[in-house]
Design a protein around this ligand. Sequence first.
Ligand code: B12
Ligand code: SF4
Length: 469
Amino acid sequence: MNNVDILLIIPPFHMRNGGGSFFPLGTSYIISSLEKSGYSWGIINCTEFIHSYYEEDLAKLETVLYEKLSSFSPLVVGIGPCVTTQLRALKKISSVCDKVFADIPIFAGGPFASIEGQEWVFNEVLGINYLVKGDGEFAIPDVIQVIKEGGDICQSLCVSYMEHSQVNVVEDLDALEFPFRDFAKDGTYSIRRKSMSGHQASMIASRGCPYSCAYCVSGNMKSNQVPFRRRSNENIIQEMRKLKDENGISDIVFYDDCFFSNMSKLSENISEFCNMLLEAELRMQWQIEMRPDYFVLLSISDLSLLRKAGCRQINIGIEKVSQNGLRFLGKSGNLEGLKDKIALARGKYGIQISATFILGGEEETEDDIKQLVDYAKGLSLDFAHFNPLFVYPGTPLYNKVFSNKREWVDIVLMDKLPWGEIVYENKNLDRSQLLRLIDYAYKEFYKDTALAHEQMIEDRFNIKRAEGD
Ligand code: B12
Ligand code: SF4
């Protein structure tokens, strides 16, 4: 029997075709913090044994989890990082936990657990009474300490429950231990991108997002009570050095929503980060996410410095090009010069450019979508990703589409598709039409390229398997 202070359960997620099994960075941060506090931990990573929310996979989850949980004797159980799409799997996890650990306190954490107004789902639908909202690094050891001292879980000031909400925020991210990486036996450290060749790892330089687009949870988390915070450049570079020296990592994917997040200081921030990195002489390669309205502002000297300091790919969330489409998504900003800037970044500076596009929106038609795909094809991008517009609870888009806070739960629980997403439908395009257009977009964009017959291009969302059900 494994006697541990805390058992962490990582819920499974629907893996898109071409995706891999990821060990979440959030869990790695939590483990480092537990190690530092001297608490013992066990882990069950459900992404290792199921990859979708098909009924047969959920049944397998139940059986395998029961067996695995039975080998642990924890003081407390933490489930997460939870995202809303996992609802069906979370229901199974919670019921198996109840059977095996009837008298042990169970709490959930991660983005879904931190979205304002979703406490009732945990309480009423999932039967999980306690949440640790926001950052888990200091909060989880606090919960363990309270329980070890014989207290009730609610005595930890970091815990939320129906009558009480507490969002935990680590103000100074430099105060955190670097994420625990020792379990990544296969050397992939939660990331496997085809566009990178070396040993890869993911990192995060900030928390939160300073923007609040209508469809996205990040900027709307807890009505913006979770502020945007960034680590110092010194601290980021120290972690890069550690990854290089101790783990043989050469390539980093920064998961930050906006790696550079101050438009008026864009060049200044690029210069500070890149020059410090060059002085550190790490010679590592890295890629970042950037908003398109920032990307068009990049000067020749910004691009040159980014390349020199190791930036090899920029992922831009273009999403839409029509002003109406952008407005509906709560996005604004000038995209003028985008095409030329992409050509310059790739042609002169050898920085690969990948972009994401959202299909679907108010009044959008099949013709609009085909035009967007044609636009994407004309941009000389290295990669493009096309996603349907999804409706997530906790966002302004959700409030526009649904009048009832409970509606999403019924939709996801009743759905037969394997991924737990709610697709935005309008009078012109229903879900299946939109999913077919996603298929069309991938095929059209990648036709005549080396990637044309990759599984992720042929059936990105496992739609064919879903239809065969
Ligand atoms: C990298 C990433 C991915 C990667 C890797 C995910 C992974 N497992 O590592 C991939 C590409 C696979 C992915 C997939 C998806 N993602 Co994603 N992803 C992210 C991203 C950009 C960064 C995550 C991260 O590493 N953050 C850094 C760490 C340090 O933060 P953290 O994970 O929040 O963890 C902290 C706290 O949440 C808490 N915590 C975490 N775990 C636990 C557990 C317990 C028990 C407790 C108490 C606390 C706790 O403590 C941690 C440390 O402070 C976030 C956006 C973001 N900026 O966070 C979106 C985000 C999490 N993803 C999101 C979504 C929607 C998805 C997908 C559904 C998309 C899709 N359609 O396929 C899938 C489903 C994934 C799933 N798990 O089910 C949403 C979730 C929102 C929601 N509705 O719940 C986010 C918030 C993006 C957004 N703005 O909308 N994602
Ligand atoms: S879509 Fe991007 S910029 Fe907008 S709120 Fe989400 S993470 Fe921030």
